[in-house]
Design a protein around this ligand. Sequence first.
Ligand SMILES: [Zn+2]
Length: 120
Amino acid sequence: MNMRDSNLNLRNFTTQIDSCLLEQGKQLLKSDAIVKLEIESRNLWFAEVQDEKLYNVKIWLDEEKFRHVDCDCHEQADTFCKHLAAVILEICEGLEIPASGDSAEIKEKASRLVRLERIL
Ligand SMILES: [Zn+2]
């Protein structure tokens, strides 16, 4: 997916991304696979996701739009994977952007993002 040409953002992510990836992301989130989530600035997020091994995930945003995404599990830049899906779901939850579908089950994770209130 070429992100420069796409309109992919935090609000339409769950409807635009491959449903299989989205489901895998939800499973990771449910199993507490996100071991770290840090906000470098409003538009730059780092996360660590424990799967078969520990993966570093980076997300650059332009307002709500995705500018770049990166994960250790693949070589190709700006490609979404289940780890990115999990982290993005968690960010959406923390920002209280309603994800379509069963967002209630990941609501409890939002408490980790308390620091956001100081930044936004
Ligand atoms: Zn990945």
